[in-house]
Design a protein around this ligand. Structure first.
Ligand code: FES
Ligand SMILES: [Fe+2]
Length: 392
């Protein structure tokens, strides 16, 4: 109920902004130096102090639903294997054989209770223990207990699977999430179906991520795709720790909401207004009944590149071939919008910033989400916990 009241409050704000032709506004204009998007040392600090230190949402329950399911992937160049054991628990490992370093699983999802390295055939259980050394008679005796897969901190919550990419780090997921996952818990996201993914590449990961944090660009950059559904430059921001819930008003917000009692507005997500939920540092969730998109953004091999995985979900799996074809079409469409509209301009921005035309970009009073994101980045990179955390 508490959450519903909070959503109703956002809906009221969005209607108010729509009536007054305004948006969430903060009292300051801020800048971000170009170097934040081009400098190798800054990029390295982001990788070391943020991507290797904070819980990252690397997978969803929908991808590892069954006992003995697994998912292998690369994240910031690290080979990762996530498994669901017989005990139902999800674990994460570096996907690296203890013998001479080959991966024990190919990238992708599937069902396996044990993994055989394809180089010399050593085998591991899905809890990471080394079970078998091929032709041990000739290889010699080793302490198998100390040669299991290297485990990473991992926790599953609200249908999302979080991993810290450094062995031995302490995971305080509840503290870190700061109430951000209540919405997904209420929506029973853990029971939803995984539909598929699309992978794309683009400019610096923050140039790309900045585009998920505001609606100021909708009318100009997305006149035919997003703008027909969503009003441009009309957002409401709420923060949960470093994470954000961003409310967007649909073009028909007033007609849809004002025809219903205010007390029901908290239940009207996707019917007059939508949310993009941002999990710091790199995930954006657009929850919608027809298709839900979870975008994971990772720094690429150099500061000027990112890798993005767009994952798609629905409450129920495809009913039949026609339904499946329709969903594939929607996934292609959403990929097209991100790639040909947002990431296309991102590549041009990267060139622009590398030209040194100015020293910094500038973020307006209406771009508070972007300001907050960059403040949180600076706070985590600085690592000085005596400084208070940024607030919205
Ligand atoms: S590297 Fe895995 S068995 Fe040799
Ligand atoms: Fe966009």
């Amino acid at each position: 109920m508490k959450n519903e009241a909070a959503l109703q409050n956002v809906a009221e704000k969005l209607v108010e902004y729509a009536s007054e032709g305004t948006t969430f506004k903060t009292d300051k204009i801020t800048t971000v130096p170009y170097a934040a998007y081009t400098d190798k040392d800054i990029w390295q600090k982001e990788v070391d102090n943020i991507f290797k230190k904070l819980p990252l949402c690397l997978a969803t329950t929908a991808e590892l639903k069954e006992i003995n399911s697994y998912k292998a992937m690369e994240a910031i160049g690290l080979p990762i294997l996530m498994t669901r054991g017989k005990d139902g628990k999800v674990r994460a490992f570096l996907n690296v054989c203890a013998h001479r370093g080959a991966p024990v699983a190919n990238n992708g999802c599937g069902q396996k209770s044990r993994f055989t390295c394809k180089y010399h055939g050593w085998t591991y259980t899905n809890t990471g223990a080394l079970m078998g050394v091929s032709e041990q008679k000739t290889f010699g005796e080793i302490k198998k207990e100390s040669r299991g897969l290297r485990e990473l901190p991992c926790e599953e919550k609200a249908g999302l699977i979080f991993v810290i990419l450094t062995p031995g780090e302490h995971m305080e997921l509840n503290d870190f999430m700061a109430g951000m996952l209540e919405d997904l818990e209420k929506a029973n996201f853990k029971d939803w179906a995984y539909l598929g993914k699309r992978e794309i590449e683009g400019a610096n990961w923050k140039i790309a991520f900045d585009g998920y944090l505001e609606g100021y660009h909708f009318s100009q950059l997305h006149p035919e795709t997003i703008h027909p559904r969503t009003i441009s430059n009309l957002t409401h921001y709420e923060a949960f720790g470093p994470h954000m819930r961003i409310g967007f008003a649909q073009t028909e917000i007033k007609e849809k909401l004002e025809s219903q009692p205010k007390e029901s507005w908290g239940k009207m997500e996707n019917n007059g207004f939508d949310f993009v939920r941002i999990l710091f540092p790199n995930v954006s969730i657009f929850l919608a009944p027809e298709i839900t998109q979870i975008a994971q953004l990772f720094p690429g091999e150099t500061p000027d590149k990112n890798k993005t995985i767009l994952n798609f979900y629905r409450k129920s799996p495809p009913k039949d071939d026609e339904d499946k074809a329709g969903l594939e079409g929607m996934m292609d469409f959403l990929k097209m919008v991100v790639l040909e509209e947002d990431y296309m301009i991102g590549d041009l921005i990267q060139k622009g910033l590398e030209s040194g035309a100015h020293e910094s970009i500038i973020l307006g009073q209406n771009e508070r989400g972007n300001q907050f994101f960059h403040e949180c980045l600076a706070w985590y990179i600085g690592g000085d916990k005596n400084i208070p955390k940024p607030t919205l």
